[in-house]
Write a protein that binds this ligand. Structure first.
Ligand code: PHE
Length: 474
């Protein structure tokens, strides 16, 4: 059965594919910026605690659901609840979410491709100008790069699980690590880099407030590709002979390490280039600010390595992000495809075509909502801010919904699917886990305090983003 749906050839295949999904723009670009504006070291501590204590058990829940049911998210919720339609429908949220994430993630990936090409062709100075981002995101050439991006993603997906996803991840992931470490070593040799290191590594807990908590949890979910059906689907390709816990731990550690290393690159670079940087000026930072800031950081390196050197480094960096983004994009796109194959009976090819068509339309609309078409660019106003179509997707599917789906997974694994079966699935073939302290922690927390925290964060996301009101009051 599993053979016909595709299966990873080995544990390493699963780990690389899951890590390829997890490591992306979120780690390399968003994490350092979110960390910078949310208190540096204090954010780092909270982030790591969330990954270990909250996200890790939810990851186990998702992967176990996938492997036990051998299905996509809708099929998994449906089958494991004994054919309950309500849960099946809720599982639909874990199809819609990766679809919408694929849309805004594609838009950002296209920008990255453009930034890489512009840096490579000697235009780093132009990219560093404040107006550059606005010009790039509203330039019609984006549609050309959109076609290239989609062609690469669909080409990889056409190869299926083993030939496509796994093969791409096996080449791209190690290359990425080597490139990243080389860049960090360079940045750490710069004067003042140490100031950035201090801000990043020495926590100042007075900087903690509820936004730091909210941002850390939302970002941890996004970064681990959690709460969006990806791990359920990848779990369904995971062999019953392998141990879930070890593989999951490795994925979590790899993802967090890459984010951490990206922080070692970006934070010291920011401080080295501008020793008096006021991190508060980054406090309004959004996706767009990240993009105007990065080229400036690289351009500043001109003094040390010359313009050509700086351009090469920037090209190198954007290429690295592009690699990571591609593997992530492949994984998000796979979820709706797996759903169409399982639930709608489509062939892989037909599912790819359907996905390409529908996603294509949304990507075009999202791209046009950044200055090209007024009605899309200022579509609605909430929380006192005017939002574009792109912003709406981003707010809803990056910043709001993920903890809610995580909450559903916890409730489902603990109270709807038989808890004994969940425990057995996680511990299959893994004696040392079943009797461990970790197992007791997972079994206890998944049905108690983890869903409470997730629901609280979700409620506060809604209150803050849509109503400009802080429920938690600190
Ligand atoms: N986790 C990826 C990142 O950090 C993004 C991603 C999101 C990948 C959703 C798959 C699904 O960039």
């Amino acid at each position: 059965m599993s053979g016909s749906r595709g299966q990873f050839s080995s544990r390493l295949g699963f780990i690389l594919a899951a890590a390829g999904s997890a490591v992306g723009i979120g780690n390399l670009v968003a994490f350092p910026v979110v960390a910078t504006k949310n208190g540096g070291g204090a954010f780092l501590v909270i982030y790591i605690a969330f990954v270990a204590l909250i996200c890790f058990p939810v990851m186990l829940g998702e992967i176990a659901m996938g492997r036990a049911s051998n299905k996509n998210p809708v099929g998994a919720f449906y089958a494991l609840s004994g054919g309950n339609k309500f849960w099946g429908r809720l599982g639909g949220l874990a199809i819609l979410t990766p679809f919408m994430i694929a849309v805004f993630y594609s838009v950002i990936t296209i920008w990255i491709m453009l930034y890489m090409l512009q840096s490579a062709s000697g235009n780093l100075d132009r990219l560093a100008e404040p107006a550059a981002f606005g010009e790039i995101v509203s330039s019609p050439t984006l549609f050309f790069y959109m076609l290239i991006t989609m062609a690469i993603v669909f080409f990889i997906l056409a190869g299926g699980v083993k030939g496509g996803i796994e093969k791409a991840a096996k080449i791209l992931m190690p290359t990425l690590m080597i490139m990243l470490i080389a860049l960090v070593l360079f940045v750490l040799t710069l004067d003042n880099a140490v100031e950035g290191l201090r801000y990043y590594l020495v926590p100042d807990f007075s900087l903690i407030n509820s936004t730091v908590f909210r941002s850390a949890l939302n970002h941890a979910f996004f970064s681990l590709s959690l709460g969006m059906g990806i791990l359920i689907t990848y779990g369904s390709y995971f062999s019953h002979k392998e141990k879930i816990v070890n593989a999951t731990r490795l994925v979590a550690v790899m993802d967090t390490s890459v984010a951490f290393i990206a922080g070692l690159l970006i934070l010291p670079a920011i401080f080295a280039m501008n020793p008096n940087v006021d991190v508060q000026t980054l406090s309004e930072s959004s996706v767009s600010l990240i993009f105007s800031y990065l080229p400036q950081v690289f351009l500043e390196m001109e003094n040390i390595v010359g313009y050509t050197g700086a351009s090469i480094l920037a090209t190198f960096f954007f290429m690295l992000v592009l690699f990571a983004a591609m593997t992530s994009l492949v994984s998000i796109t796979e979820i709706p495809i797996a759903w169409m194959i399982d639930e709608k009976g489509y062939s892989r090819r037909k599912a790819l075509a359907a996905m390409g068509l529908v996603a294509g339309v949304f990507i075009v609309l999202a791209t046009m909502s950044l200055g090209m078409v007024d009605r899309l660019s200022s579509m609605v106003t909430y929380g006192g801010v005017n939002k574009s179509f792109f912003d709406v997707i981003y707010d809803l599917f990056y910043d709001t919904i993920l903890p809610f789906i995580g909450f559903l997974v916890c409730i489902f694994c603990s109270y709807r699917w038989k808890r004994s079966e969940f425990m057995q699935e996680v511990g299959e073939g893994d004696e040392s886990y079943t009797t461990s302290l970790l197992a007791s922690y997972v079994n206890l927390s998944l049905g108690t305090f983890i869903p409470v925290v997730l629901l609280l964060v979700f409620a506060n996301n809604v209150a803050q983003i849509y109503f400009g009101y802080n429920l938690l009051g600190f």
